[in-house]
Design a protein around this ligand. Structure first.
Ligand SMILES: Nc1nc2c(ncn2[C@@H]2O[C@H](COP(=O)(O)OP(=O)(O)OP(=O)(O)O)[C@@H](O)[C@H]2O)c(=O)[nH]1
Ligand SMILES: [Mg+2]
Length: 369
């Protein structure tokens, strides 16, 4: 599918990285980027997001390049999307829509597919005219009609409502099993460790290095959508359960966070989070902040967390461990690819296991004289 990408610079300092990331997301959906349009604005325009002058340019570009769809690197309101589609005479997909498409492509497990389908329906339910044409196509296409009437919209709302309820029910059943597994682990006092981090940081590579599992790794965004869990034995910590999870991204759509709550539950209930960071990324600090934001949103902001600075081979750093003023390990430097620094990481897990294992609060310092 040939697409035109419209990038809107609203004055954010890291706009270039932002739009590169979006291009990578777009390519991840299989789109071929035939043209790009850069728009600078102080504020989004209410009707078209980009204002009517730039819209004319976009129409010209889209026609000249013969694109099939136009992708916006920002979230659009349902009204803006509708207005743009009318003028561009092509499907217009915003940032949230692109992320949803990637998730739909990558979902493998039944749970993952159900979660994505739920997120998509919730997203579409605010864009009913689009869903209407989508459903119409599914029915075999009755032919061109000018648009949905009120009765049609009411019916669509009911259809969506029913579908959403059905999906929730199915998800509940799949997820009950997961809860049972987690309870069993909690009873066994097994230390549970979750790998979290920005997409493409190297979580799956690290997971494989630690567990010798064969999780899928790739230089693409959202390679992993399903949580994979493995047991591993660490001398000094005993059996540890490690989970590889879905990556985060800035402005993760709320519908997706909600739909993936179950997958993320693994993260919420972990004893220890390993926040994997692409230390070589120019966007490192921004990505760290985005991940911490999502962790806070899902209620995992207070969980013990160690930063794992990964890809140090690209920076020429040596493996090492950093502690805070209390002597607690806060950061470990590793190369998951070259398997460097893994002993330091295992040591950090063992130390966390000691404090998590006996469940009583450990007092690090006694202040009495
Ligand atoms: N140079 C270098 N590359 C690495 C390292 N760790 C991972 N990579 C590469 O980074 C890319 C992403 O790795 P993944 O392990 O798939 O990343 P992820 O965090 O699981 O990504 P998602 O599942 O997409 O969220 C791959 O091309 C890896 O080979 C490392 O230590 N050094
Ligand atoms: Mg992965």
């Amino acid at each position: 599918m040939k697409v035109l990408i419209v990038s809107v610079d609203l004055g954010d300092p890291d706009f270039a990285a932002h739009s590169d990331e979006f291009a990578m997301l777009a390519r991840g959906t299989g789109a071929e980027i035939s043209a790009r349009l850069l728009v600078r604005r102080a504020h989004p325009d209410a009707t078209y997001f980009i204002g009517s002058g730039k819209l004319l340019e976009a129409i010209e570009l889209a026609d000249a390049a013969g694109v099939d769809a136009v992708l916006f690197d920002r979230p659009l309101s349902p009204a803006q999307q509708r207005n743009l589609e009318r003028r561009l005479e092509r499907p217009v997909i915003d940032r949230v829509g692109v992320i949803l498409d990637i998730f739909a492509l990558r979902a493998k497990s039944r749970e993952g597919k159900l979660q994505v389908e739920l997120a998509r329906l919730q997203y579409l339910s605010t864009r009913l005219t689009r869903l209407w044409s989508h459903l119409e196509r599914q029915r075999g296409g009755i032919g061109a009609r000018s648009g949905p009437g009120e009765a049609q919209l009411e019916m669509d709302r009911r259809i969506i409502g029913d579908k959403v309820r059905g999906l929730r029910g199915q998800l509940d059943r799949v997820q009950r099993q997961r809860v049972t597994q987690r309870r069993a682990r909690a009873r066994g006092k097994t230390l549970s460790v979750s790998l979290v981090g920005y997409t493409n940081a190297g979580k799956s590579t690290l997971f494989n290095a630690l567990t010798r599992a064969g999780a899928y790794t790739a230089d693409q965004l959202f390679a992993t959508l399903d949580t994979t869990t493995r047991r591993l034995w660490i001398d000094g910590a005993g059996t540890v359960v490690v989970s590889d999870t879905v990556g985060f991204i800035r402005d993760l759509p709320p519908t997706l966070i909600a739909a993936f709550r179950a997958t993320l539950e693994e993260t919420i209930h972990a004893d220890l989070l390993l926040h994997v960071v692409d230390a070589a990324s120019a966007q490192r600090d921004e990505q760290i902040a985005a991940v911490e934001q999502v962790l806070g949103d899902i209620g995992a902001g207070e969980t013990r967390c160690i930063q794992v600075y990964n890809k140090i081979d690209l920076m020429g750093y040596a493996p090492r461990v950093e502690r805070d003023e209390h002597g607690t390990i806060v950061r470990v430097f590793v190369s998951a690819l070259e398997r460097g620094g893994l002993d330091g990481l295992r040591g950090a897990i063992i130390e966390s296991g000691r404090t998590a294992g006996n469940n009583a609060p450990t007092i690090e310092h006694t202040e009495f004289e």
